[in-house]
Design a protein around this ligand. Sequence first.
Ligand SMILES: [Zn+2]
Length: 95
Amino acid sequence: MALTKTELRFLTNLNKTEDGCWLWRGKERLGGYGTIWVERKNLKVQRYSWMIHFEPIAVTTLIASTCGNQMCVNPDHLYIWKRKKSERNQETTKQ
Ligand SMILES: [Zn+2]
């Protein structure tokens, strides 16, 4: 599968550290988070990484990293941050 331009830009802007973190070194930043411009939207790089490695996620879904580094986009370090009530309500309406 060929990579899109954005995927390529994403993957070539990572700094892989000895700790196993993939740190975003792109210039795009917003509020301490790395961001990437995708289809006319500014996405947090952690969300973007999740989407290209795993699956699309809802706008309300939050992605956090186990290593605590906001710039880390290693899919192995990312997890879905479960919110309480509001999130559950949305899941039930979908079914
Ligand atoms: Zn990490």
